[in-house]
Design a protein. Structure first.
Length: 165
């Protein structure tokens, strides 16, 4: 079984992914962490030193490396920007979009200093811009959309498990 979690930064993909993998007794893979391990750099350092395009290539390669592995995979928020990635997400597993309001995301991310796309920007306005560019791609790619507003990670996990059964 392969489950991909997609959505905006701060939507809970990594937290829910760990809970879901534990409940399903399958491996958990966080693509951002995989890229960091493979490069020995943080995502922020990759953005600063090598640029977003380079990061996206590393992210796509990390996604390709999950094919054939039973796992819950927490994808980076921008994974859906690449057409081939969208194809892989749709064809090689069950893709779940964790959808959250901009105000909820901003609340969760207000103290985050490790988000290169938000660095030195008004968080809510930047999230609105990013979301408007990606929302249709998330919706088109997902097999299932879960509203995560005002839900705990465990409630989201239980809801996903109910939907999968």
């Amino acid at each position: 079984m392969k489950i991909y979690l997609i959505g905006m930064m701060g939507s809970g993909k990594s937290t829910v992914g760990e809970l879901l993998s534990d409940r399903l007794k399958i491996k958990f893979i966080d693509l951002d962490s995989t890229v960091e391990t493979n490069t020995q750099k943080t995502v922020s350092e990759i953005f600063e030193q090598d640029g977003e395009l380079h990061f996206r290539k590393l992210e796509s390669k990390a996604l390709e490396n999950t094919i054939g592995i039973d796992a819950v995979v927490a994808c980076g928020g921008g994974i859906i920007l690449d057409e081939n990635n969208r194809y892989l997400l749709q064809s090689s597993g069950k893709t779940i979009f964790l959808n959250s309001s901009i105000s909820e995301l901003a609340k969760r991310l207000e103290s985050a200093n490790d988000r290169p796309l938000l660095a030195d920007k008004h968080i809510e306005k930047e999230l609105e811009k990013i979301s408007s560019e990606r929302i249709n791609l998330y919706e088109e790619t997902a097999h299932l959309t879960i509203n995560v507003n005002n839900r705990t990670p465990m409630e989201i996990t239980n809801h996903i498990l109910d939907q999968l059964n």
